[in-house]
Design a protein around this ligand. Structure first.
Ligand SMILES: NC(=O)C1=CN([C@@H]2O[C@H](COP(=O)(O)OP(=O)(O)OC[C@H]3O[C@@H](n4cnc5c(N)ncnc54)[C@H](OP(=O)(O)O)[C@@H]3O)[C@@H](O)[C@H]2O)C=CC1
Ligand SMILES: Cc1cn([C@H]2C[C@H](O)[C@@H](COP(=O)(O)OP(=O)(O)O[C@H]3O[C@@H](C)C(=O)[C@@H](O)[C@H]3O)O2)c(=O)[nH]c1=O
Length: 298
């Protein structure tokens, strides 16, 4: 199987490449400057030349706060670019897997979001990602949209690396404790993407198509996540950093974030028999990879 993925230095595309190498699956990454999602005309030639069995749409404009002031660029990269990519997938008659986000939801639901809940984004990033979902679904029925959340890994930029970097120069950090979600490890996303790709390439079953939620098991808050990060770091001989839980209003940002963006993985489990590891297990793996040290017992 030959997988074509957009993005070359991102968390998910890098994880996919690494896992593909271990599994003997060809993963071709395409990204800037060869293709530019904000210029859809750049996509056709490299995508056709790659002759993929499946396309994974991972690249995105992920700077949530900056998107509030770069709306047109975020819309082009997260909305129109994936739409154009899905048209190419339809032309080549191959499935397209597309990564979307928990930030498509408003965050005012009491319970966990499932795929039947109606998105209502509260940020430009969330709105542009929802536009990507809509444009992909309009271009081809042969799509799987996977909404993930709070992605971290040893690669690229993410909350785990930000916390560890800030912790180097501070003894205490203030972190919001009233936004609830599911941290998700990019290598776990890669494992699921390959399993989903293998299934959809072989099986035209329409119930395997559509929208699915894909997050690490369990839930926490950003403050709870930060506490887990510093506990894991300290267990590896790193500095102890105190996390002060604060309300959202005490950490003003240009973009609004959902207060609750917990996603249920039940549909993915029922359709594909897939469950990601609990976020605590994956965080431990990530810290081992980042520090080159395993946690001490106790
Ligand atoms: N990160 C997160 O917490 C979450 C991410 N997601 C979604 O998961 C997917 C993967 O995320 P993640 O791996 O973390 O993303 P990253 O931000 O780590 O990587 C994004 C990739 O997109 C590429 N890219 C950006 N702009 C363009 C462009 N104009 N044309 C082509 N490529 C471009 C980047 O290239 P370069 O490095 O050269 O700029 C990079 O390779 C995205 O669709 C994202 O929306 C969903 C929920 C949470
Ligand atoms: C750095 C920092 C952040 N925060 C807060 C701000 C925010 O509410 C929360 C997370 O901050 P970040 O800006 O790192 O994360 P953010 O960019 O909001 O992360 C999002 O990225 C996009 C791409 C997604 O799709 C989402 O699922 C989600 O992962 O933590 C603190 O409270 N204290 C801090 O020191």
């Amino acid at each position: 199987m030959r997988i074509l993925v957009t993005g070359t230095e991102g968390q998910v595309d890098t994880s996919l490449k690494a896992l593909g190498e271990r599994m003997g699956i060809e993963v071709i990454r395409i990204g800037l400057p060869d293709i530019d999602l904000s210029k859809p005309k750049t996509l056709a030639e490299p995508v056709r030349a790659a002759k993929p069995d499946v396309i994974i749409s991972s690249a995105a404009y992920t700077a949530v706060d900056k998107a509030e002031s770069e709306t047109a660029l975020a819309q082009a990269i997260n909305g129109d670019g994936p739409g154009a990519l899905a048209k190419l997938a339809a032309e080549l008659n191959v499935p397209i897997l597309h990564l979307s986000t928990d930030y498509v939801f408003a965050g005012d639901k009491d319970g966990i979001y499932d795929e039947s809940d109606v998105p209502a984004p509260v940020s430009v990033y969330g709105a542009t990602k929802l536009s990507g979902e809509t444009q992909i679904a309009a271009a081809t029925d042969n799509h799987v949209i996977l909404r993930t959340a709070w992605v971290y890994s040893p690669y690229g930029n993410n909350f785990v690396k930000t916390m560890l970097r800030l912790g180097e120069t501070r003894d205490e950090l203030n972190v919001v404790a009233d936004q609830h979600g599911c941290p998700t490890y990019a290598p776990e996303i890669a494992r699921a993407l390959i399993a989903v790709a293998q299934r959809v390439v072989a099986d035209p079953d329409p119930t395997l198509r559509g929208v699915f939620h894909l997050t690490g098991q369990g839930e926490t808050t950003w403050a709870g996540f930060a506490e887990g990060i510093f506990a894991g770091s300290a267990a590896r001989g790193g500095k102890a950093v105190k996390v002060n839980p604060i309300p959202t209003e005490a950490y003003p940002t240009p973009a609004k974030r959902p207060a609750n963006s917990r996603l249920s993985g039940e549909k993915l489990n029922q359709s594909y028999g897939l469950r990601l590891d609990p976020w605590e297990t994956s965080l431990d793996e990530c810290l081992t990879a980042l520090t080159g040290t395993v946690a001490k017992e106790g």
